[in-house]
Design a binder for this molecule. Structure first.
Ligand SMILES: Cc1cc2nc3c(=O)[nH]c(=O)nc-3n(C[C@H](O)[C@H](O)[C@H](O)COP(=O)(O)OP(=O)(O)OC[C@H]3O[C@@H](n4cnc5c(N)ncnc54)[C@H](O)[C@@H]3O)c2cc1C
Length: 402
C-alpha cells in the first residue's frame, strides 16, 4: 500500500482522537490516524480512572481542564460525565502547602470548599476514620467521566468530518528530509501476541507486510510510546513510561455512587465503579518502563487495603475482584508536552500528560489544531508547554499530582 495524507496522527487514543476531531471540524482535509491497535487494549485511554478536575497548581493546567470541563458538561450524557466533585483529604502540612494552589485556583474561578473533619463525616458518612486529617477541600465542579464514551464520541465526530482510521499498523520508520517528515513505514500487526510484544519491546515481526505513507504534516500523539516515535525522527523527548495500577473491590452494603473521586492524603484515590470501587495508588519506587502486568493480591493487600481501612470501617472487609496496570507518560515537570517539535517544519506532538490526558484531551485537541492550521494558539496559550522548555529551563512544574 502506498498512500498519502495531508495530516497523519500517530496514536488514536483519547488525545489523538480529540486532535483528529478538532482538525477535521476546523476544515482540514485528508487526515488519517494510525494506531497499532485502535481498540486500545493496552493504551492508557482504556486503563485510566476517569477523573476530571480543574484542581491543579499550574494556571495552564487549570485552564485546560476548566475548558474541557465546560465541554464535558455540555455533552455530559454522551460522554458519561458525572460532576460529583473531588474530595481531597489533607494532613496539616499538606493543607498549608496547598495554600498557594488554592489561591491560584480561586483567581481562575475555581471553587474549593474547605471542610473541617466533622463536616467531612457529615457529608461523607462512610469516612468514619479521619485520624491525621486536618482539613479537606471539596471541588464540586470536578467529577468522573467514561473515557471510552469520550474517545468514541471524538472518533464519531472525527469520522463524520472525514477522518480516515488506519488500524493494526505500527509506525516503524520515519524519513526526514530538510527539517520535514516526508514518509513513514507502517508494519501490519498480525496477532494479539504481536501487539503486546510490540508495545512492550517494540519488536515487530519481520515477515509482516509493510506499507509506506507520504505526509505533509505529522502529529506524535502516541502516549507513553511517544519517546519511541521521537527516536524514529532523531529526537530525544524527556518523557518516560511509568506503570500505574488500580484495583477493583467490592464492599458489602456500601454504595458510593452518590460521590465522586476521593483522594486520601496517603496518595490513594478511589471512587465508585459500576457497583464496585476502583482504587489506585502510585508506587513511589516504580521504575520507568513498559510494564503492563498487574501485581494482583500483593498490590491490593500491601498498598490499597491498608490505606482504605484507615479511612472507613466499611473497608475492614473488602473483596478484591480484579484490577489492571496501565502506563502514565510522565514528563520531567509533570505537565504535558504540546506543540511543534523543535527543529522541524511539519512535526507536532501532544503527549506526556503525566496522568491528566483524559481530562485535558478536549482542550488540547482544539489547541493543537489551532497551532497546526493557524500557526498560533487562539483559545488558550499553550506555548509554555512546548518541549522546548526543557532546553531553556522554563519548566511548568505541576505539583498537585495523584
Ligand atoms: C492507572 C491510570 C489512571 C489514570 N487516571 C487518569 C484520570 O483519572 N484522569 C485523566 O485525565 N488521566 C488519567 N490517566 C492518564 C490518561 O489515561 C492518559 O493521559 C491518556 O489516556 C493519554 O492518552 P493518549 O491518547 O495520549 O495515549 P494512549 O491512549 O496510550 O494512546 C496512544 C496510542 O498510540 C499507539 N501507538 C504507540 N506506538 C505506536 C506506533 N509505533 N505506531 C502506531 N501507533 C502506536 C498505541 O497503540 C495507543 O493506542 C491515567 C492513566 C493510568 C494508567
Amino acid at each position: 500500500m502506498e498512500a498519502s495524507y495531508n495530516i497523519l496522527i500517530i496514536g488514536g487514543g483519547i488525545v489523538g482522537s480529540s486532535i483528529a476531531m478538532a482538525l477535521a471540524e476546523a476544515g482540514a482535509k485528508d487526515i488519517a490516524v494510525v494506531d497499532s491497535d485502535l481498540s486500545g487494549t493496552w493504551g492508557s485511554s482504556e486503563r485510566n480512572a476517569g477523573g476530571v478536575r480543574a484542581t491543579w497548581s499550574q494556571p495552564v493546567n487549570i485552564a485546560l481542564s476548566k475548558d474541557a470541563i465546560a465541554f464535558y458538561e455540555q455533552h455530559a450524557a454522551e460522554v458519561g460525565f458525572h460532576q460529583q466533585g473531588y474530595l481531597w483529604l489533607y494532613d496539616e502540612a499538606g493543607w498549608r502547602r496547598g495554600k498557594a494552589h488554592r489561591k491560584t485556583q480561586a483567581a481562575l474561578g475555581g471553587v474549593l470548599e474547605p471542610l473541617f473533619p466533622q463536616e467531612i463525616t457529615k457529608r461523607f458518612p462512610f469516612l468514619d476514620r479521619l485520624e491525621g486529617v486536618y482539613r479537606a477541600g471539596f471541588s464540586p465542579k470536578d467529577g468522573l467521566i467514561n473515557p471510552n464514551l469520550l474517545k468514541s464520541y471524538y472518533r464519531r465526530r472525527a469520522s463524520a468530518a472525514g477522518v480516515t482510521w488506519i488500524d493494526r499498523h505500527a509506525v516503524e520508520k520515519i524519513t526526514v528530509k530538510e527539517k520535514s517528515v516526508r514518509r513513514l513505514h507502517l508494519r501490519e500487526i498480525s496477532s494479539e501476541d504481536a501487539l503486546r510484544d510490540f508495545l512492550i519491546t517494540q519488536k515487530l515481526a519481520a515477515e509482516s507486510p509493510v506499507s509506506t505513507v507520504e505526509v505533509k504534516t505529522l502529529v506524535n500523539a502516541a502516549g507513553a510510546w511517544a519517546p519511541r516515535l521521537s527516536s524514529l525522527y532523531g529526537q530525544k523527548t524527556p518523557s518516560t513510561a511509568l506503570r500505574r495500577q488500580v484495583s477493583i473491590l467490592h464492599a458489602q452494603d456500601l454504595d458510593l455512587s452518590a460521590y465522586g473521586m476521593i483522594v486520601d492524603n496517603s496518595g490513594l484515590y478511589f471512587h465508585h465503579e459500576g457497583g464496585n470501587i476502583l482504587a489506585g495508588y502510585a508506587l513511589p519506587a516504580e521504575p520507568p518502563g513498559y510494564r503492563l502486568d498487574y501485581d494482583r493480591d500483593s498490590f491490593f493487600i500491601q498498598e490499597i487495603w491498608p490505606r482504605l481501612a484507615k479511612r472507613s470501617s466499611n473497608f475492614d472487609r473488602l473483596k478484591p475482584i480484579g484490577g489492571w496496570a496501565g502506563l502514565y507518560a510522565v514528563s520531567p515537570d509533570s505537565s504535558a508536552i504540546i506543540g511543534q517539535v523543535d527543529g522541524f517544519l511539519n512535526l507536532y506532538e501532544a503527549h506526556a500528560f503525566s496522568g491528566h490526558g483524559v481530562m485535558q484531551s478536549y482542550a488540547v485537541g482544539r489547541g493543537l489544531a489551532e497551532l497546526i492550521l493557524e500557526g498560533r494558539y487562539r483559545s488558550i496559550d499553550l506555548s509554555m508547554l512546548s518541549g522546548h522548555r526543557f532546553k531553556t529551563g522554563k519548566t511548568v512544574s505541576e505539583t498537585m499530582l495523584i
